[in-house]
Design a binder for this molecule. Structure first.
Ligand code: ZN
Ligand code: ZN
Ligand code: FE
Length: 762
C-alpha cells in the first residue's frame, strides 16, 4: 500500500477533469480525493503500487478531450486509510502565495447534450442552456478562480433537486459540471421588442416567424450579441447593411449543419474539422458556382468568392437554426467599428436602431468575446482572428518570462497578451483602439485577465508607435505604478510572434509584409526583411519607399498609392486622372512634391493598393485590406504565366527592392487592356519572386536557412502557399502562422516573445 499526491497543472478546470479522476480512481480501487486548487488540480490517491502506477499512466496518457496537462508533480505521503474516493470542494486560494490556474475557453455543445436537446423524453428537451462537463460556457461566464459555480455568472441560479442529483452523482456525465441547469432552475430566454417589452408566445417560433418575414433580430450568444437575418433574403440583407452602417464587408452566415453549408460552399476535410472545432469559428469557404436552393444572397458577401460560415455553438443557436430551416446572417452585434454588445441594457440601447426583436436571456456574459475567424490553406489552418473558444488557451513561449509581462499589442485588430513563465496568454480580439468604446474594453479586459489568470505584470511591452492607444496605456500605467516598459518595433513583433508559435529561438530571416507599422527611422514600414532573433533584428531589406500621400487617407483611397508609385516610376498618371479627376490628382501631386502630410512608406499592403488602382479594380476602399483581398480573389481566377520583374539594389549592408519595374509592367498590361485578373496574378508571382530572391541573397550573406512569414499580407493564401513552396524548394525551412493571426492580432504575442527573450538574456 502507498499514498501519493499528484498536483496537475494546465487546462484542468471546467473540462470534466475531477469526474474523470474519480472514475479512474474507482476503476483502480484507489481511495483518497481530488479537488481544484489555485494551482490546478490536486489528487491524493492510496492503493496498491501497481494500481497507482496504472492510474498515473492513464491520468497523464489519456486525459479528458478538452484538457491540457502542462506538468504534474508527484510526492509520496504516509498511508491514511481513507474509506473511499471523494471530490472535495475547492480551496479558494487563501494563503497561497501564487495562483496559477487555467480558465478553459468556451466549448461548443457536445453530441451527447445535442441528442438530449432534441429528445422529447429528456427532461432538458429544447432547453437552450443544456451543458455538461464537456461543453458549455467557460471564460465568458467566469468571475474568479478557482473555477466553480459560485465564481461564474451561474451563481445566481440555485440548482433544483434533479440537477443537484446529477451534479453529485459520480456516475453521471454532469457530475460536477459547474454551469448545469434545467428549465426548472436555470436561465430562461425572453423575446423582447425593440422597446424592451416582452413579446408573448413561444420565443423561438415567434422569432423565426419574424426572421422569415424579413425582420432583423439581435440574438444573445456566448460572448455577445449577434445581429441575425434571413441570409437568403436579399432585401433584408441590404437593410441590415444600411442599419449597421456597413458598406461591403462580408457578413458571416450560420448554417444548421456542415451538410447544409456544403450546399452553398465547397468544404474539404481540414475545413470540416475547423467548422466543427469546439471554438466554432467563422471559417472562410469557397462559394459554389451554382449553389443549392437555400443559398445565401449575393449581398451577404458582395463580389466575394468566399463565404464566412459557422455552425451553431450553443443549444440556443441549435434550436434557432432547427426552427429556421435556412441559413441566417450572424454578424457581430454592433454598429460598424464599435465593439460587440454583450450587456443586456447596452445591447437594447445600442442595437434598438438596428434590431426589430431581441432574443435574450438572464445568464450574464462576463467576458465579451467576438467570433473567431479562420481559414484553411491546403489542409492547414491560417487564423484570421483568434477569439471566442480559443482565448485564453496559452501559446508556449520559446523563452520563459523572467518576470510577469503584459504586452499591449498594436492599434488595429488589437489583442493583448499576458506572459508568465513559458505561457503566453493571448486575449480574444479587442478591436480597433481608435474607437473609444474599444479602448475602454481594452482597459477593462486587461484588468479582468490579470485577475482571472492572477498575473501582476512587472513589465509592460508596447509598440514603437507613440500615438497608439495601447502605447499610451502602457506608458501611463507604467509611470503610475512604477513598472518597466519596453518598446518593440511593429514588424519585429510580427516576426517574433511567428517564431514564438514554432518555438524558434535561433536567428531567422523574417519576412514581414503588412499595411503599416512605425519604423525605427520614423518612416512607415510594411515590406520588411528582418534578420535576427526574438531579441533583436537587423533591417536587411525592404521595399523601395514611396510617398504615402495623406497618411490614413491614402489607406482609404488606393488611387493615391497608385499615383505615388506612378510618379516614383516616372510614369504618366493619365489613367488615374481620367477616373478621379485632374484636380484631385493635381492636389495630391502637389502634396507629394512638397512632402505635406506625406510620410515615406515601404509598405507591401500599400503596394497591393497601388496595383489594385492601376489594374482598375478599385480607387476607394471601405476597410483596410479590401483592395488586397480583391486582388487575391482575382488572382485565383487565372493560372500563373509569369511575374513582373524587380531589381535588388544594395545600399550599405541593406538591400532595397526596386518596385519600379513591377509598376511599369503592370501599367503596360493595363494599357494593353489585359484583365485585372491577369495583372493581379502576375503581381502575386512578382511578390513571391521578391520573397524568394531576397531570402536567397540574405542566406548567402548570413548563412541563415530559416524563414518566417508574418504580417497581414500573409493572410493571402495564394501568396503564402507560393512563397512557402518556392522557399522549401530552395532549401529553406519555412514557418507560417498556425495559431495566431499573421495580422496585427498576433502582435501582442510577438511583443511578449521579444520581452521574454530580452529579459532572460540581458
Ligand atoms: Zn455536453
Ligand atoms: Zn434544474
Ligand atoms: Fe502589422
Amino acid at each position: 500500500m502507498q499514498r501519493r499526491s499528484i498536483a496537475v497543472r494546465g487546462i484542468v478546470q471546467g473540462v470534466g477533469f475531477r469526474p474523470f479522476v474519480y472514475g479512474l480512481a474507482s476503476r483502480f480501487s484507489l481511495t483518497g480525493f481530488v479537488r481544484n486548487d489555485p494551482l490546478g488540480v490536486l489528487i491524493e490517491v492510496e492503493g496498491q503500487v501497481a494500481e497507482l502506477e496504472r492510474f498515473e499512466a492513464e491520468l497523464v496518457g489519456s486525459p479528458p478531450s478538452h484538457s491540457t496537462i502542462d506538468g504534474y508533480v508527484t510526492a509520496a505521503l504516509p498511508v491514511r486509510g481513507d474509506a473511499g474516493f471523494r471530490i472535495e470542494v475547492s480551496d479558494s486560494g487563501a494563503g497561497h502565495a501564487r495562483v496559477d490556474v487555467r480558465v478553459s475557453p468556451d466549448l461548443a455543445t457536445c453530441d451527447a447534450c445535442l441528442a438530449e436537446l432534441f429528445d422529447p423524453s429528456n427532461r432538458r428537451f429544447q432547453y437552450p442552456f443544456i451543458t455538461c462537463t464537456a461543453c458549455g460556457p467557460r471564460l465568458t461566464i467566469v468571475t474568479g478562480v478557482p473555477y466553480d459555480r459560485q465564481r461564474t455568472t451561474m451563481a445566481v441560479f440555485p440548482m433544483c433537486e434533479a440537477c443537484q442529483r446529477e451534479y453529485d452523482n459520480p456516475g453521471d456525465r454532469r457530475f460536477h459540471a459547474e454551469p448545469i441547469a434545467c428549465a426548472a432552475c436555470g436561465p430562461r430566454v425572453r423575446l423582447l421588442d425593440r422597446d424592451g417589452a416582452p413579446m408573448p408566445g413561444e420565443p423561438f417560433a415567434r422569432l423565426t416567424a419574424a426572421l422569415r418575414g424579413g425582420g432583423i433580430a439581435a440574438v444573445k450568444g456566448l460572448g455577445g450579441y449577434h445581429l441575425a437575418c434571413d441570409a437568403t433574403n436579399e432585401t433584408v440583407v441590404s437593410e441590415l447593411r444600411r442599419r449597421k452602417h456597413r458598406d461591403e464587408k462580408p457578413f458571416a452566415v450560420m448554417f444548421e449543419s456542415t451538410e447544409a453549408a456544403a450546399a452553398a460552399c465547397r468544404i474539404d476535410t481540414a475545413e470540416r474539422e475547423l467548422l466543427a472545432a469546439s471554438s466554432r469559428p467563422i471559417v472562410l469557404l469557397p462559394r459554389r458556382a451554382s449553389p443549392g436552393p437555400l443559398a445565401p444572397a449575393e449581398g451577404v458577401a458582395p463580389g466575394c468568392p468566399n463565404l464566412g460560415v459557422m455552425l451553431p455553438s450553443t443549444p440556443l443557436h441549435h434550436l434557432l437554426m432547427r426552427e429556421m430551416g435556412r441559413p441566417l446572417v450572424m454578424t457581430s452585434g454592433n454598429r460598424s467599428h464599435e465593439p460587440i454588445a454583450y450587456q443586456d441594457a447596452d445591447a437594447l440601447t445600442r442595437l434598438a436602431p438596428i434590431a426589430d426583436v431581441f432574443l435574450t436571456h438572464d445568464r450574464e456574459i462576463r467576458v465579451r468575446c467576438d467570433d473567431g475567424v479562420t481559414r484553411a490553406a491546403r489542409g492547414r489552418e491560417l487564423p484570421v482572428r483568434r477569439s471566442r473558444g480559443q482565448a485564453p488557451r496559452p501559446v508556449r513561449l520559446p523563452f520563459p518570462c523572467a518576470e510577469p509581462v503584459l504586452a499591449v499589442g498594436g492599434q488595429l485588430k488589437n489583442t493583448f497578451a499576458l506572459g508568465r513563465g513559458r505561457d503566453g496568454f493571448v486575449s480574444h480580439h479587442i478591436g480597433d483602439l481608435d474607437e473609444l468604446s474599444a479602448y475602454r474594453a481594452f482597459c477593462r479586459d486587461i484588468d479582468l485577465y490579470e485577475r482571472l489568470l492572477a498575473i501582476e505584470p512587472r513589465v509592460i511591452v508596447h509598440d514603437l508607435h507613440p500615438g497608439y492607444g495601447s502605447t499610451r496605456y502602457a506608458v501611463e500605467r507604467a509611470a503610475a505604478a512604477g513598472l518597466t516598459t519596453m518598446a518593440v518595433q511593429h514588424h519585429h513583433a510580427h516576426v517574433a510572434s511567428c517564431m514564438a508559435e514554432h518555438g524558434l529561438s535561433e536567428p531567422v530571416i523574417g519576412v514581414a509584409f503588412d499595411g503599416t507599422g512605425y519604423g525605427e527611422d520614423g518612416t512607415v514600414w510594411g515590406g520588411e526583411f528582418l534578420v535576427g532573433d526574438a531579441r533583436s533584428v537587423h533591417r536587411a531589406a525592404h521595399l523601395r519607399p514611396v510617398a504615402l500621400p495623406g497618411g490614413d487617407q491614402a489607406v482609404r483611397e488606393p488611387w493615391r498609392m497608385a499615383l505615388a508609385h506612378l510618379l516614383d516610376a516616372g510614369l504618366s498618371p493619365a489613367a488615374i486622372e481620367q477616373r478621379v479627376g485632374k484636380d484631385c490628382v493635381r492636389t495630391v501631386m502637389r502634396m507629394i512634391e512638397r512632402g505635406v502630410n506625406t510620410p515615406r512608406t515601404s509598405s507591401a499592403g500599400r503596394l497591393f493598393d497601388a496595383i489594385a488602382a492601376i489594374a482598375g479594380v478599385r480607387d476607394h476602399v471601405s476597410f483596410e485590406g479590401q483592395a488586397a483581398m480583391q486582388l487575391e480573389w482575382l488572382a485565383g481566377e487565372v493560372d500563373a504565366d509569369r511575374g513582373y520583374p524587380h531589381h535588388l539594389e544594395p545600399e550599405g549592408d541593406r538591400l532595397t527592392i526596386d518596385t519600379r519595374p513591377i509598376i511599369t509592367e503592370a501599367c503596360r498590361d493595363a494599357g494593353l487592356g489585359r484583365s485585372p485578373a491577369t495583372i493581379a496574378r502576375r503581381f502575386h508571382v512578382a511578390l513571391a519572386d521578391v520573397v524568394e530572391s531576397v531570402c536567397v541573397r540574405l542566406r548567402e550573406r548570413t548563412g541563415i536557412g530559416a524563414v518566417v512569414l508574418s504580417g497581414g499580407v500573409f493572410l493571402n493564401v495564394i501568396l503564402t502557399l507560393d512563397c512557402e513552396a518556392r522557399l522549401s524548394r530552395a532549401g529553406f525551412r519555412v514557418f507560417g502562422h498556425r495559431m495566431v493571426p499573421p495580422g496585427d492580432g498576433g502582435v501582442s504575442l510577438g511583443q511578449l516573445a521579444v520581452a521574454a527573450g530580452g529579459i532572460t538574456r540581458s
